[in-house]
Design a protein around this ligand. Sequence first.
Ligand code: BJW
Length: 239
Amino acid sequence: MNEKVVILTGAGISAESGLRTFRDQNGLWEDHSIEEVATYDAFIKNPELVHRFYNARRAQLISDEVSPNPAHAAIQRLFEALGPDRFFLVTQNVDDLHDRVGTPCVHMHGELLKGRCEACNSVFDLHDPLSTESVCFKCKEKGLLRPHIVWFGEIPFNMELIYSQLSESDLFISIGTSGLVYPAAQFVREAKNVGGARCIEFNTENTPISIEFDESIEGPAGETLPGWVDHFLKQRGLL
Ligand code: BJW
């Protein structure tokens, strides 16, 4: 059976790694409003605040506090068993936890460990804090470096590739996302209506789009996903 599995992940998959989600209790949006830090207008109005917000998250991400959890490892096992032609992972997460376990993924909302120059569009690896004094390594402009992050009102990356993968999917799995942010929230509809996929959601609670899935598996992904992956692989003689 040559079924194609497409996976979408959100902040919930990294919660058990110690990274805060956005909209849950104690989420990032409790301390900041979206308009304050996650729009281009916010960056123009108050770049110091936006830099502080992302610098702090980047510092936490590269600290010893944070590492991939069993859900990231389970997805990697699925990738290793299926191979690149039958597997596609798109993440809304800007962390690098899928990358750390070796799973190829498309970061549709950008990457915290990259920066970009507004002047010349160069994208570069970034571990250090950014400030309004930072200078572009390429065009040497000062003050125009920003996090390589997709803010509200900006177009997510790789949309053409993502929609083409959804249209070929036989199984669509959504893990740890609230289903409140578009276009990711409509991937389930695309996978189902265009790809004809069976759709499964992993989340600690019901979401506004749970109704669109064929099955919802409730619980922390680090606990529910590894067993589900084992069962899936055993059923197909891949484990
Ligand atoms: C667990 C768990 C555990 C907890 N195990 N689960 C009106 C209607 C419709 C759309 C719009 C509208 N007005 C504007 C729009 C568009 C807008 C939008 O969606 N706005 C909504 C607020 C309505 N979208 C955009 O602007 C996007 N661009 C766009 O649409 O361009 C047009 C276009 C698209 C396509 C083609 C052509 C043109 C851009 C969106 C950018 C989002 N950016 C952010 C922030 C930047 C990154 C950062 O700072 O880190 O990305 S917002 C934030 O939300 C972040 C996330 O990636 C994104 C999604 O959040 P996520 O991952 O779902 O996290 P939470 O916290 O919401 O949920 C966590 C879930 O996990 C919960 O359900 C928990 O229960 C669960 N969970 N622990 C399993 N252990």
